[in-house]
Design a protein around this ligand. Structure first.
Ligand code: GLY
Length: 408
């Protein structure tokens, strides 16, 4: 039986204080535990909020289109047809929310949106099929295991593969126009996930070969010595030679457009997942170093729209880049040694905490029903500047799911 002493002697107070000090220094030596419980709560809160907020968004989107962005100045939701490169993100985000919350209203909404998107499996008009179909049907098959979704992925990969050009050893991103002969953009790395996944799941092995060849060509031509990347490489289809290295969405041809750096980081980390080729892992680590050591990375770790944007710090941020980078860094942490993993996870955690704060995370019923504020689509053409964007929400929830799956 424990005997409770009513009064502590001075000597006992001293001993107790010393024990308390040792105890608290031990807790300080293990910041992981406190961080973990804090992150669990943060992730739970974000998903429970997302389920409510996406019901607000879903109500405002007509049945035959997808949400694209919300213009806060005009209080106007802008939608897109299912041919827009972002058409997979709304169903994909709904699926992440369903996976976490098991909210069947959200699942029904996701299924309805998949149904209107499915026909795009035949689309061959640009390279974006990976974004459109893997972020949607890839998650749908992963979570729901419906074989019809796998068939959709197979057909989508076949459509995307038609854009492979052997003479340049890459997938052509956009069709040629008066200024570009055969453009390939860094974003295209993201579409390799669809090709690699389908080959790995009983599909045509040629898709994976295309993905690997494209990734190798991109290492050769898209990157600068500091591992930042050009946005657009224009090729000569006859000779396979590089004609020019330019930008469409960055501040200048030689600048580091933030989302492009994120696409590269995510792309090479993902290609390492499929191939276990160290070349890709090293590429991803070098890109991560460029991003994380960049003197223009703000203290809250949510990048300006371009790392070299004129006028920094008085320029818009791009929350979508922060979300995308966080998700990629968490996967890269899975393939890194202890010290590097710590760096990547700490950076991702900082990004996710910033995005979850009032500075970026909208309030219920506001922001047109989107989760995150302050993304930038294309600054040079003054399109989607400082607005919510579907893919910012998608990669934000993907990153939170990954944190929970791998680090809690
Ligand atoms: N893939 C187009 C963009 O990142 O804006």
């Amino acid at each position: 039986m424990i005997k409770i002493e009513p009064i502590l002697t001075f000597r006992k107070v001293l001993i107790l204080s010393a024990l308390l000090m040792i105890g608290s220094s031990l807790t300080m030596a293990q910041p992981g535990r406190e961080t973990k419980s804090g992150m669990k709560q943060l992730i739970d809160e974000q998903f429970s909020f997302a389920a409510k907020q996406y019901k607000v968004l879903a109500k405002t989107v007509p049945a035959n289109v997808m949400p694209r962005y919300y213009d806060p100045k005009k209080n106007k939701l802008v939608t897109s047809s299912t041919k827009w490169w972002c058409s997979g993100f709304f169903p994909g985000t709904l699926l992440y929310i369903y996976e976490y919350t098991k909210d069947t209203g959200i699942l029904n909404e996701a299924k309805n949106r998949l149904a209107i998107l499915e026909k795009e499996k035949h689309f061959k008009g640009n390279h974006d099929l990976g974004f459109m179909m893997f972020c949607s049907f890839g998650n749908a098959y992963r979570i729901l295991k419906n074989p019809a979704y796998k068939n959709t992925l197979d057909t989508s990969a076949a459509s995307l593969a038609t854009r492979y050009r052997p003479s340049i050893k890459a997938i052509q991103s956009w069709d040629s126009d008066e200024s570009l002969a055969c453009p390939v953009i860094i974003d295209n790395m993201m579409n390799l996930e669809l090709l690699s996944w389908v080959s790995d799941h009983g599909g045509n092995p040629r898709y994976r070969e295309i993905a690997v060849t494209h990734a190798n060509t991109t290492i050769t031509n898209h990157f600068r010595p500091d591992y930042s990347s050009y946005h657009v490489i224009d090729y000569d289809l006859k000779t396979g030679k590089v004609l020019k290295k330019v930008t469409a969405q960055g501040a200048s041809d030689s600048s580091a457009w933030s989302r492009g750096q994120g696409w590269g980081l995510y792309g090479y980390t993902m290609m390492y997942r499929f191939t276990k080729d160290k070349h890709y892992l090293n590429q991803a680590k070098n890109i991560a170093r460029f991003i994380l050591s960049n003197p223009n990375m703000p203290a809250d770790m949510i990048p300006y729209w371009d790392f070299n944007a004129p006028g920094i710090p008085n320029v818009p941020r791009d929350a979508s880049s922060g979300a995308l980078m966080a998700s990629a860094l968490l996967e890269l942490g899975q393939y890194a040694g202890k010290a590097e993993q710590k760096t990547y996870v700490a950076a991702a955690e900082k990004m996710l905490r910033s995005l979850s704060s009032d500075a970026y995370r909208a309030r219920l019923g506001e922001n047109g029903g989107f989760l995150l504020m302050h993304s930038t689509g294309s600054f040079p053409v003054k399109s989607e500047v400082d607005v919510p964007l579907t893919y910012a929400d998608y990669y934000f929830l993907e990153a939170l799911s990954r944190y929970k799956k791998w680090y809690l």
